[in-house]
Design a protein around this ligand. Sequence first.
Ligand code: NDP
Length: 434
Amino acid sequence: KKRNPNEDEFLQAVSEIFHSLVPVFEKKTIYMEHNILERIVEPDRAISFRVPWVDDDGVIQVNRGYRIQFNNTIGPYKGGIRFHPSVNISIVKFLGFEQIFKNSLTGLPIGGGKGGADFNPKGKSDVEIMRFCQSFMSELFKHIGPNKDVPAGDIGVGSREVGYLFGQYKKMRGQYEAVVLTGKGLNYGGSLARKEATGFGAVYFVKEMLKDQQDNFENKTVVVSGSGNVATYAMEKAKELGAKVIACSDSDGYIYDKNGINIDTVKQIKQVKEKRIKEYVNKHQDAEFISDSSAIWNIACDIAMPCATQNELNEDAAKTLVENGVQAVGEGANMPCTADAIEVFMKNDISFAPGKAANAGGVAVSALEMSQNSMRLSWDFKEVDEQLQKIMANIYKRCVNAATEYGHTGNLVMGANIAGFQKVADAMVEQGVV
Ligand code: NDP
């Protein structure tokens, strides 16, 4: 805490991992001998930089950009870029730290990193977004590369932003290096099924969890928070598997549709710039809009999938979900449930899928995008989706096995943390003190 003042989110993420690792350190003293804990919480480097840009009124604006290159023991740094006013060093470090273990869990050769800027894309014109992305990349390009660090999108960074970032990278480098960014457009090296991958993957993970209880998504009621990339495709897949998604949200509030959310309408709303989810009720008269996003967890449901942002589901919300009979919770976002909320789920034997494992589908398909770029070919949707399903089933198995091995059967939080950690820690031991 002394060393990382005012970094609450980062300390929260570290504390969760450390708690899970207690039984590992008791059993494997080699990690202590190599001082792995102290080494793994210190990023390889934390880059912070000025991002100046000129708005449409000719006024010079300045934002702060970040790239945290956390750990490249098992592969080049990999992790998204977030544009949101709340971005600060704590948020980027927590996300980068989580990314190390998530990427390890995928079984693919990718290290952990994350980046972003405290830039608010809301209300900005296309040209302003482009100018911002160009300025951001004018500095970032010095630090990234196909074998070094490969960013992708995250909150506020979708295919439009990745396009502008890639264009500027290409210009600065004077070379065409497709592998340097993932989440690219399909016209220039993007992978089919990448935009669906995180949401689909989260549902595939929960599907595996339910399968272990001889259950499935059919006829289940599902509540999904958010209505961005992850939420939209989580809703789509849950529906495809026979569930009824009854609510979703944005930061203004949530919509409840007892007939089941019409996902096409959500997509249409989101396609139009600056349109808010409350517009949904204009098309679906039975639906209601409630202007309190956190109240979404008051809705009774079988499965809850927080897919919006960190710490959006607290202890009280968890208690309400439990009282209302929730059966499973799957985190689509990064750290959406507070530590207290997770404890409530655990105490009440609610199946809980931690984001680190459940939302790893996005980065896994990003790694598949890198493979396709390296081979200079592209796979069809079905092939990528099948690989994604296999990867998610494997991640689930890894979490289950690690939890069982260390005497915490069924605790997927511990399972994910332990399995993700061990591979990186073993490789750190093998590579010496660097
Ligand atoms: P998007 O920007 O596409 O969407 C985020 C959504 O969450 C928006 O609908 C936003 O609404 C909403 N939101 C933000 N804050 C709140 C809140 N307090 N309550 C309710 N809704 C809120 O981001 P993504 O879908 O890409 O990312 C969502 C989460 O998933 C993040 O935690 C991200 O780190 C994680 N993730 C994303 C991956 C990806 O591939 N995209 C991969 C792995 C994890 P509004 O428009 O009002 O801000």
